[in-house]
Design a protein around this ligand. Structure first.
Ligand code: DUC
Ligand code: ZN
Ligand code: ZN
Length: 469
């Protein structure tokens, strides 16, 4: 019998605030010691020359989410959490979708069933509300929040999901009352529909049309409207998947006014452009996501905003659809109009290596910002801190050990998702997670899963740190 189950030795431990050379001692799945030269352990990992960081938290992923258009998400909880673990993550937060006409409470229960026994790493859930009935807002939501699902996403676009202004107002009043965090997908549905018709009539219905149908003004207008409602109702708001400069302006405008408005961005807005959708033979559909990737100037705007801490979190918006499939990107009709192409791209495994390479290695952000953007702020924003998102005495032993010098060329063949492509094929990276530890146990090594699924558990979350007490 030794003092620790695991010691990670001689690594450079990085948190959102500190960088220090020390050993990390783990017992019963928790961090129990941080010190110079700890004693003995059942298992030791030599982290000399490596970075020891909190396991990533990806607070925006879609796994096994039902759809209404015949498309099927490529990843369920097993393949999605496997892929996440191999990319340096130890917690994901997928969305439970309330379909119109269905119970909010039941939708959460059903998503729990889809996750049960399948996860490589821990998971929490957000709720999507598409049908804000009195039952959903007054009866179900209090229960859902009490059960640890403390954030609610609403949509301002999509036929089956968009809420009108009155509904947005009502949901915000309910989240305010229940102390849940409101997240918003801000794009103007009516404007997108008009633009889509115009493009189809002009014979511009290929994948590129997707980006043309929802230019940034559509996102900017909806963001401003959502911010205005949040101000009226007096509730914090989290704007998801921000794609460029005009929207960042809105977020910063709100922050300057002292409003509690927060936001995330994603790898696609830092590395892809609308030109990637421009491909006559449907390959462009591999990049169809919403909001769409913009242009180089908007990429720069997102990088600059990341560097000056405008964004609280950096997420993947992993929403994978198989390319070569009639339930995926090549779904019936998708060759006749972009409006039939399912929206979403894979990215849970590549999110952090891309941020490390393009952000840290290329000098746009520092290591402590990397940790804040990849883990710590997610834990704070979504009510899991300090159990998750840091390396501290008493925290869950969720740790990713990174080799900052490991060179990798991203390719579909090395990834562990269930999708058949990566939008980042061929990207040259430096820095990769080499050992990923969830609750004190190794779950991934050198980009491959270790052991089997099933040990990841549901994390019942508390209130967001953004909600006033
Ligand atoms: N919104 C998301 O958050 N993910 C994928 C598709 C979408 O529209
Ligand atoms: Zn969205
Ligand atoms: Zn999403």
């Amino acid at each position: 019998m030794t003092g620790f189950d695991l010691i990670i030795r001689n690594g450079t431990v990085v948190t959102a605030s500190d960088t220090m050379l020390c050993d990390v001692g783990v017992r019963n799945g928790k961090v129990v010691a941080l010190a110079d030269k700890l004693g003995a352990a059942d298992r030791e990992i030599d982290a000399t020359g490596l970075l020891v960081m909190p396991g990533g938290i990806d607070s925006h992923v879609h796994l096994a989410q039902p759809t209404s258009d015949g498309s099927v998400m490529a990843d369920d909880f097993e393949s999605g959490t496997r892929s996440a673990a191999c990319g340096g993550n130890t917690t994901v937060i997928p969305f439970s979708l309330q379909e119109r006409g269905k119970s909010l409470l039941k939708s959460v229960e059903e998503h729990h069933q889809r996750a049960k026994g399948k996860c490589y790493i821990d998971y929490a859930l957000h709720a999507i509300i598409t049908d804000p009935t009195p039952q959903a807002l007054e009866k179900d939501l209090p229960q859902v929040v009490q059960d640890g699902v403390t954030s609610v996403k609403i949509f301002m676009t999509y036929q089956d999901m968009a809420l009108n202004d009155a509904e947005i107002f009502k949901v915000m009043e309910a989240t305010r009352r229940e102390g849940a965090l409101t997240m918003v997908h801000a794009e103007n549905f009516d404007a997108i529909q008009q633009m889509t018709e115009r493009l189809e009539q002009a014979g511009q219905a290929g994948p590129r049309g997707h980006a043309e149908s929802r230019p940034i003004v559509v996102e900017r207008e909806a963001t401003h409207r959502a911010i205005s409602f949040a101000e009226l109702v007096d509730v914090p708001l989290f704007v998801v998947h921000v794609s460029g400069g005009d929207v960042i302006e809105q977020i910063e405008w709100a922050k300057r006014r002292g409003l509690p408005i927060y936001a995330e961005t994603c790898p696609q807005y830092l590395t892809l452009t609308a030109d990637d959708l421009d491909n006559a033979n449907m390959e462009g559909s591999k990049y169809v996501c919403s909001p769409p990737p913009r242009d180089k100037a908007n990429q720069k705007a997102c990088w600059d905003a990341l560097a000056r801490d405008v964004f609280s979190t950096f997420t993947s918006d992993h929403c994978p659809f198989i390319y070569e499939s009639d339930t995926g990107k090549k779904k019936a009709g998708s060759d006749t109009s972009f409006k039939y192409v399912p929206n979403g791209i894979p990215g849970v495994e590549t999110r952090l290596p891309i941020l490390f390479r393009k952000g840290v290695s290329e000098g746009r952000i520092n290591l402590n910002q990397f940790v804040a953007l990849s883990a710590t702020n997610h834990a704070k924003v979504y009510g899991m801190y300090p159990r998750k998102g840091t390396i501290a005495i008493g925290s869950d032993a969720d740790i990713a050990i990174w080799d900052p010098n490991k060179c990798v060329t991203l390719s579909q063949s090395m990834l562990n998702h269930n999708c058949d492509y990566t939008p980042y094929e061929g990207m040259e990276l430096k820095g990769y997670p080499v050992t990923v530890i969830s609750n004190g146990e190794v779950v991934a090594e050198n980009g491959r899963p270790v052991g089997s699924a099933g040990k990841g558990k549901f994390i019942s979350r508390g209130k967001s740190s953004l909600i006033p007490t």
